[in-house]
Design a protein around this ligand. Structure first.
Ligand code: GLU
Length: 503
């Protein structure tokens, strides 16, 4: 394998969505390949016809591309090693199946599912690990079924599967890049089905053949595939091929250390996209589910480019990684804090425009959808939102008149004097030469001081009337961004609507 171009693959089954664990597998395959100047390939394992979902592969690849993991070869992108859909490679599997049958590494099995189940129950009752009982193993391969019986069934066209004959007493050994040397005893391995009765290969058979023919140098996949290794390695041996290198990634766990499951939260990447998470945060997050740069390294925010430079399989841990949504939320916030305003505008302007189609605004539409205004809103709100869409939804008062006023805030902040204070302050705001944050602040302080009042006596009511809520960015800056006309209108409306709360 020395000097061979590195080729890795992500080989999902088309289930209709991309699992976050799948995204991590894809990411590590991508990072490793790119770091080694190699190729990252997507192969779709659709040999289980009963689980097929329409458009699944297009969606999967679209989600990978959204995350920045553009495959060099795939069913959509093509490539020299295709087809990349296993259902289009049936002739290839058939050819190798015949070879294994001819060379005595595989045999036909005509057992019915009832028979298999009966056998399984019996073995369980006897305290044995359930395994196929080799009823159809031919005499010439060490079994008890005469060749003529087998031939008779074949001639009748009886439904059958093809099984691999696992040697009785050998040990199968390999060195996992992450876990080190691992040994299996062949006595524990079942005579795995290679070809199903519908003419489709099993995952084990198809993936070994494709991994070899597509010249993958490294197989990076989830820990759940580790028990399949002896079957795969035996198949390589039967076919006379050199196996690639293997790295089995740690499991993803819920915070209670159970295997990551739908029951405890979302597991599909598409769910996270719908919620508004960005590709940068998700990729960064899944990268850290199992990999770290090294002891004592405090860095947590990584771009895809940086990950590509720094990733190594040696720094992937063996222990399960806990999926903590707080970490993802924290990362999302970090990205929002540093993302250029123009990038955020690209996302939020269409959202805003669609909101404006649904709802009237008294503000000037060209102004509030313009770069200048949106930039101001972003700078005021970037520390306060968790998602990009919240620039529109969380602080909607920048775009729409407040329709109601937070009750608790009114209770707490609206006193019998508030209305007269506001109406006295209104002309000050109307006549200020510059409606800037600094000027508003100075004017407000100058207004309250001679009355022996604190600035808060006006700050809170002003915030309530202009935003409807009791929290938000710096009031003075918020008023400047909203503009004099809107602020005056909102103060008048608030004074007309809000009444002194009953004590
Ligand atoms: N199709 C398998 C899966 O769904 C791929 C396992 C492998 O990478 O070999 O995870």
């Amino acid at each position: 394998m020395v000097g061979k171009r590195v080729r890795t693959r992500f080989a999902p089954s088309p289930t209709g969505y991309l699992h976050v664990g799948g995204l991590r597998t894809a990411l590590y395959n991508y990072l490793f390949a790119k770091k080694m100047d190699g190729d990252f390939i997507v192969r779709i394992e659709d040999t289980d016809q009963s689980r097929k979902v329409a458009d699944a592969q297009e969606n999967l690849i679209k989600t990978l591309e959204w995350a920045g993991l553009v495959p060099d070869e795939s069913p959509v992108h093509g490539g020299d090693f295709g087809p990349y859909l296993q259902s289009e490679r049936l002739d290839i599997y058939k050819k190798y199946c015949e070879q294994l049958l001819e060379e005595g590494y595989a045999y036909h099995c005509f057992a019915t599912s009832e028979e298999l189940e009966e056998n399984r129950q019996l073995q369980i009752k006897q305290g044995l690990q359930p395994k196929y009982n080799r009823k159809w193993l031919p005499e010439e391969m060490g079994g008890s079924m005469p060749r003529c019986e087998i031939q008779k069934k074949i001639d009748e066209g009886a439904p059958s599967v093809v099984r691999m004959k696992v040697p009785d007493y050998v040990s199968v050994w390999f060195e996992d890049v992450i876990r080190g040397p691992i040994e299996f005893d062949s006595a524990t391995i079942d005579d795995q089905v290679l070809m199903k009765s519908d003419g489709f290969p099993t995952y084990h058979f198809a993936s070994v053949i494709d991994d070899h023919l597509m010249e993958f140098t490294h197989i990076i996949r989830g820990e759940e595939w580790l028990p399949s290794m002896p079957k795969h390695l035996l198949l390589y041996e039967f076919l006379g091929w050199e196996p690639p290198k293997y790295a089995h990634l740690p499991l993803l766990l819920n915070p209670d250390r159970s295997k990551l499951s739908k029951r405890q939260g979302d597991v599909s990447v598409e769910d996270y996209i719908r919620k508004g998470y960005s590709s940068e945060a998700i990729v960064n997050f899944v990268a850290l589910l199992g990999w770290n740069q090294g002891e004592g390294c405090e860095q947590e925010v990584y771009s895809l480019q940086e990950l590509t430079e720094k990733f190594s399989l040696e720094r992937v841990g063996k222990a399960g990684s806990i999926f903590t949504i707080d970490k993802l939320n924290w990362l999302e916030k970090q990205y929002i804090k540093s993302r250029p305003a123009e990038d955020i505008i690209r996302v939020i302007r269409p959202l805003l425009i669609s909101e404006l189609e649904k709802k009237e605004t008294l503000l000037d539409r060209p102004t509030i959808t313009g770069d200048r205004y949106l930039e101001d809103v972003i700078e005021l709100m970037r520390e306060r939102v968790g998602f990009e869409h919240e620039f529109v939804t969380f602080s909607s008062y920048f775009f729409f008149e407040p329709e109601e006023y937070e009750e608790a805030a009114v209770q707490k902040r609206w006193t019998p004097d508030t209305k007269s204070l506001l109406s006295e302050f209104l002309p000050v705001l109307e006549s200020m030469p510059d409606f800037t944050a600094e000027a508003i602040e100075a004017a407000l302080k100058e207004f309250v001081a001679p009355k022996g009042l604190k600035a808060a006596a006006l700050i809170h009511p002003l915030r309530i009337v202009s935003s409807g809520v009791s929290f938000g960015p710096s009031l003075y800056h918020m008023l400047e961004v909203l503009g004099r006309e809107a602020v005056v209108r909102r103060i008048q409306k608030g004074m007309a609507i809000i009444t002194v709360p009953q004590q």
